[in-house]
Design a protein around this ligand. Structure first.
Ligand SMILES: [Zn+2]
Length: 455
């Protein structure tokens, strides 16, 4: 009884607080952190959630098309508010759209609004919003007002969702704040519910261990090498899993070719194989995320400053395919390296570090990546022959020997901060073609170009 009372964390802000003034303040706060729990819907609930997930994807894509059409044809920018009116009309005519809770539909439109705002924000790395594919993760968003969370006992909680009622979830960690919104999703293995929580956590003024600096070298053989000699690595998939995945993917490819040739619908067998692929990939992805979050957590707790080589992971893992006119060289080798880089999750690691650093007060510093693996960390002699093999480093000038990755990590630790780190659009535009620029920029540019070319 006591436990139930203490731990019950209602989702609705007006349940948490008594006084009117506090309530007004609470309604205005945004989620600043996320909490994800394994959800255990019944068979019926799972089926309905899955169909809602498909409806959400359809709604997102349709709304995106509507916005693109309005811009191309009439140079008008549609927003979520205007599109909510169209959604209300669609709900009257289509039963399957009406089945989706109205608030979820509105939330999808708000997400699309946010996707556009991110694209227009010069500081944000996001590109233009794209269509959600059928193979994408199923997810159904709910605003905080539409749901309620209750703890049942030490292990279980329930979340009340509109139209479905209470769904059990495993209470694996404290909520630690007021729930502002929720997303129910299926990643191929299991259902999850993610709560956007306002925890009110702010970064401490100073790190608990001031003055501690570590350099980190991200590698393909060893995922993370630290300047103090530690090396962390983990394999995320077993050889059997790799074989199985290759078999399934080739079967899926064959089925897809056959389907295209006769123009039929995707067969049940093909759908089963796709689900099996998604399941295996999700398992691998979860292991990778776990490792990187673990590593980021340790580094942020132990060090006031974490230094990384500034890598453009996206540009580094671009394909070497080239064009038909100018085919690339060593395409297969580059594809293998790309796969290895993506497999180690360099990009995810950066995000995990930034996320954890918010609560520990750790400073994440990017340094120029050039020559960190060829320079001797003791005398500064830089030569590609210094690196004897993948793992061994032996300086040709002073004879210093070390693990090559650790030597690189020491160089990263001692390097000066990159002068002006490129962020947002600056990074984006380096690797993007002109056709993908935001509409306003593209219009200005075309007018300018035509003005120059036509005297
Ligand atoms: Zn040396």
């Amino acid at each position: 009884m006591g436990v139930e009372q203490d731990c019950a964390v209602p989702a609705r802000a007006d349940w948490v607080v008594g006084s009117y003034e506090t309530k007004c303040i609470m309604w205005n706060v945004n989620a600043d952190t996320g909490r994800r729990y394994r959800l255990y819907p019944t068979e019926e609930q799972a089926q309905r959630l899955a169909s809602w997930g498909q409806t959400c994807r359809w709604l997102y894509n349709t709304a995106l098309e509507q916005r693109q059409f309005a811009w191309q044809q009439r140079k008008r920018t549609l927003g979520a508010t205007a599109q909510c009116v169209s959604l209300t009309e669609a709900r009257k005519e289509l039963d399957w759209v009406a089945d989706l809770p109205a608030q979820s539909g509105q939330q999808v439109l708000r997400h699309l609004d946010q996707a556009y705002r991110n694209w227009w924000d010069p500081q944000h790395p996001a590109g233009p919003p794209t269509r959600k594919r059928k193979s994408a993760r199923l997810s159904v968003p709910f605003p905080g007002q539409a749901i309620a969370v209750r703890r049942v006992n030490r292990r279980w909680g329930v979340v009340s969702l509109p139209k479905i009622g209470e769904v059990k979830f495993r209470w694996s960690r404290p909520l630690g704040g007021v729930v502002r919104n929720a997303v129910v999703s299926f990643d191929g293995v299991a259902w999850h519910v993610g709560f956007g929580v306002h925890a009110g956590v702010t970064a401490p003024e100073a790190h608990a261990r001031p003055g501690t600096v570590v350099g980190v070298d991200r590698g393909v053989k060893v995922a993370l090498a630290m300047s103090d000699g530690r090396m962390w690595n983990r394999t995320f998939s077993s050889p059997g899993q790799e074989r199985e995945l290759a078999r399934l993917k080739s079967a899926a490819g064959r089925q897809e070719t056959a389907r295209r040739n006769c123009g039929a619908k995707t067969s049940n067998r093909a759908q089963k194989i796709r689900a099996e692929i998604a399941r295996t990939e999700a398992k691998i992805r979860n292991r990778r995320r776990d490792f990187l979050a673990w590593a980021a957590n340790r580094l942020c707790i132990q060090h006031a400053t974490v230094k990384l080589e500034g890598l453009h992971v996206k540009a580094m893992t671009a394909t070497a395919k080239g064009t038909i006119a100018e085919p690339g060289i060593n395409v297969a080798a580059k594809a293998g390296l790309n796969r290895a880089i993506l497999d180690k999750g360099w990009g995810i690691f950066e995000a995990a570090l930034a996320n954890r650093a918010r609560t520990t007060g750790t400073r994440i510093v990017k340094v120029p990546a050039a020559y960190t693996s060829q320079r001797c960390s003791r005398c500064g002699h830089t030569d590609r022959n210094n690196r004897e093999s993948q793992a061994r480093f032996r300086c040709g000038s002073c004879g210093y020997q070390a693990n090559a990755d650790v030597n690189a990590a020491i160089n990263v630790r001692d390097a000066a901060e990159a002068p002006s780190p490129l962020t947002g659009r600056a990074v984006r535009d380096r690797s993007r073609k002109a056709s993908c620029r935001p509409p306003t920029q593209r219009r200005r540019r075309t007018a300018l170009e035509t003005g120059i070319s036509r005297p």
